[in-house]
Design a protein around this ligand. Structure first.
Ligand SMILES: [Zn+2]
Length: 250
């Protein structure tokens, strides 16, 4: 598939909690999967903090949320979900998390990496969850240097034979002035809502209205009915690799 001058065969979404990817990017994920892009989800935490029910336990909730995430991914056409299993609410961008993420990035070699914006902390009546910030921070660090640099985590290529990899672009979900790229999700809006409904432990009857409203707001400067908006960062080749020559066609 072609997107903004890039050839995209594989894409990856790196996110903190089950349902984050659905709220932020599911319309784009479903659209790209339909277009033949191999989609991989990398879910960093286990979702075990997401309940106010006093009878719920972390262990039981983690199992419920994994099943919900599997179901949502299937609805959207996501090929695989990698569960890194860190504790929900306790996440820091540690070297351990960074190595685990670099490993899956090197293994599945996405052309585009989706994540959130690690600089977003407060706004719109909302205090951003620290796990969202931490996961997004890891996304930046995997671009430079973790996944792309041979001598970072050398065990990944020495022992596991995972060569360095740098995606062609990073797409950060953006709802503010930072948004420079709008994806038309009118045709996949219903799939996005279905995938969100799969997170039955998290969504109540009211969610559909505000999800539609966000998607209308993202589309407001376009002719689309529904959209998701991003900050698109096209990335240079990794240092030390000579730039690929594109031969002019006659
Ligand atoms: Zn979340």
């Amino acid at each position: 598939m072609r997107f903004k001058g890039l050839t995209v065969d594989r894409a990856m979404v790196l996110y903190a909690h089950p349902d984050d990817a659905e709220f932020g990017m599911a319309g784009t994920v479903a659209k790209w999967a339909r277009a033949g892009v191999e989609m991989t989800y990398v879910l960093v935490t286990n979702g075990a903090s997401g309940s106010q029910d006093p009878k719920m336990t972390r262990k039981r909730l983690a199992a419920v949320r994994k099943a919900e995430q599997d179901k949502a991914a299937k609805i959207l056409g996501v090929k695989r979900v990698e569960y890194l299993g860190y504790e929900d609410g306790y996440l820091y961008p540690t070297l351990e998390v960074r190595r685990d993420v670099a490993r899956v990035v090197r293994r599945y070699r996405p052309d585009v990496l989706f994540s959130m914006d690690p600089t977003f902390r407060v706004g719109g009546g909302y205090v951003n969850h620290p796990d969202h910030i931490a996961a997004a921070e890891v996304a930046l660090r995997t671009i430079n240097p973790d996944a792309s640099t041979r001598q970072m985590f050398p065990e990944l290529w020495r022992r596991e034979r995972l060569e360095p990899h740098k995606p062609k672009a990073l797409m950060l979900a953006a709802f503010n002035e930072a948004a420079d790229t709008v994806v038309d999700i009118t045709a996949t809006m219903d799939l996005k809502l279905r995938a969100l409904r799969a997170h039955a432990s998290q969504v109540s009857g009211e969610f559909e209205g505000f999800v539609r409203e966000w998607a209308r707001r993202s589309a407001r400067r376009t002719s689309y009915r529904y959209a998701e908006s991003y900050q698109l960062i096209k990335l240079e080749e990794p240092p030390g690799v000579p730039p690929r020559r594109t031969r002019a066609r006659s």
